[in-house]
Design a protein around this ligand. Sequence first.
Ligand SMILES: Cc1ncc(C[n+]2csc(CCOP(=O)(O)OP(=O)(O)O)c2C)c(N)n1
Ligand SMILES: CC(=O)[C@@H](O)[C@H](O)COP(=O)(O)O
Ligand SMILES: [Mg+2]
Length: 642
Amino acid sequence: MGHKPNTPLLDKVHSPADMKGFSDSELRQLANEVRSETISAVSVTGGHLGAGLGVVELTVALHAVFDAPKDRIIWDVSHQCYPHKILTGRRDRIRTLRQKDGLSGFTKRSESPYDPFGAAHSSTSISAALGFAVARDLGGAPEHGIGDCIAVIGDGAMSAGMAYEAMNNAGHLKKRLIVILNDNEMSIAPPVGAMSSYLSRLYAGAPFQELKAAAKGAVSLLPEPLQEGARRAKDMLKHMTVGGTLFEELGFSYLGPIDGHDMEQLLAVLRTVKDRATGPILIHAITKKGKGYAPAEAARDKGHGVSKFDVVTGEQKKAASNAPSYTKVFAEALIKQAEKDDKVCAVTAAMPDGTGLKLFAERYPSRCFDVGIAEQHGVTFSAGLAAGGMKPFAAIYSTFLQRGYDQVVHDVAIQRLPVRFAIDRAGLVGADGATHAGAFDVAYLANLPGFVVMAAADEAELTRMVATAVAHDDGPIAFRFPRGEGTGVEMPEDPQPLEIGKGRIIQDGSRVALLSFGARLQEVQKAAENLAAKGINPTIADARFAKPLDRELMLQLAANHEALITIEEGAIGGFGSHVAQLLAEEQVFDTGLKYRSMVLPDTFIDQAGPRDMYAVAKLNAEDIEAKVLDTLGVAQLDSKRA
Ligand SMILES: Cc1ncc(C[n+]2csc(CCOP(=O)(O)OP(=O)(O)O)c2C)c(N)n1
Ligand SMILES: CC(=O)[C@@H](O)[C@H](O)COP(=O)(O)O
Ligand SMILES: [Mg+2]
């Protein structure tokens, strides 16, 4: 651990300008040093390793040939941006990646001028790069001016509709725009879908790039080393037909496939493109995820996301806990339900591991669907499955479901279709930061007529919510649960469905009622223990449902307590807002009830450990305790925390 590589060339690079005098062979050596530095840094921070290792040569070549920040290099998803950060003046902080107050694990405009566009959700890069290109041509040049606009997008990200929407538009606008398709034949899991097979076919055969260039009479556009092959290929072409690639049909010039780890080829192609490109051009680079680090190359996920590890052995440090993860509990509960009901099926948008559906797929392959990075399609596909009589569980992270919102409203809710939404990664997730926070789902689902919205307080509750969702056939239903391990609570043998719209009292008390929605319940209970030592014994309730609300429970809590405080792991507009609406409608505020709602603050919270992020949000036990004391007007030592 903490092993520092020998990096004589990299030590001279403080910005890409410092690479400009390097020879091609020095650039090759620089790439090796960047690779070692990336491995070393991620070994102490954890994070996205495989994707960055796969683009080391490409990153060095791009910065050697182009002139960032004037030329805009836009990394799709941007989980592969660590080598780019190392070369763009952030090496001194690279071992703070994904840590509190450290570098973000993704590109971020506020972090560096070399990050022209922030990302973390996939498939946005071509749209953004095209926007920059049009802004350039309209003279809207901001700081640095705008030169070339380059999107680097993976084969996984190419499975999303947005990438095609962007190419369709780019082909029409005919602006000079460079798209680099970084094809490593991997998403997080092995990629799925017809597009992935198509990309493989593009390079499965003979020297396709040479044939294509020859067919188009574009031999001179190819770098020297490839020209001879192309000339030879021209003769072969007399006897065969070469159709246009999909990209060419969309209006792009297609160059490739090229070896994305061969520095000579990369430099030659990029230099040629820089000199000669006019309209949109797509360079198809073949790379290996995890390249150059044996444990990553050998891993099933090619080292996509790793915890801290030993550089020599590749062994990762695992968090010690006996409690199962919520994700695993969900997957196992769903499998149990599927054993009893052959209509139960499951949909994931390229996250079979992250959602636990890999386990479901192993057991019920014909009832599990990985649709690729296509949340919009995944939601409407689930709507179709539901309309067709199946019981689909759309297992999608809270943050990624945002992308399918119109589909949730228009295709599911308005038609009152019983799609079951299993919303993982609810609340603050830690190292991935603001882009991955599951902050908004309660607000954006509970405002939809006819939706049932639940949140699990612990993993036993989660199994009951899965059962509830199977049983609920009258419209859409969603249940949310957090990232990470559960509480270790005893699990029910045969989880029974909950009564829709009914919460539960956890503890009877007086003066103040703490009404929790979701997994903050443990913090609420800790706060209550601390308060008991101060002579205050709160009532604690678990709402279970944000919609429909348990009106009776809420009105009873309001009537019998001086203060009512709601607590949730979600943004304003969620559970607390619905409770406030109910209390207002029932004129409960007129009685003098002290009502408080503890929600995520109206800011995007930077990455840190979940506990630190919740401290920023003021949603930890000590914050709940302080809120109670403040609301009841009880003096406290540290009054500023309330
Ligand atoms: C909208 C959205 N859905 C899902 C994800 C989760 N995700 C992050 S990276 C990734 C795979 C990307 O594959 P690819 O673009 O080929 O990049 P690679 O990791 O292979 O370099 C997925 C599914 C995401 N970031 N955004
Ligand atoms: C970049 C990306 O979107 C994913 O790799 C994400 O970081 C996975 O998050 P989990 O670790 O919570 O599955
Ligand atoms: Mg890939």
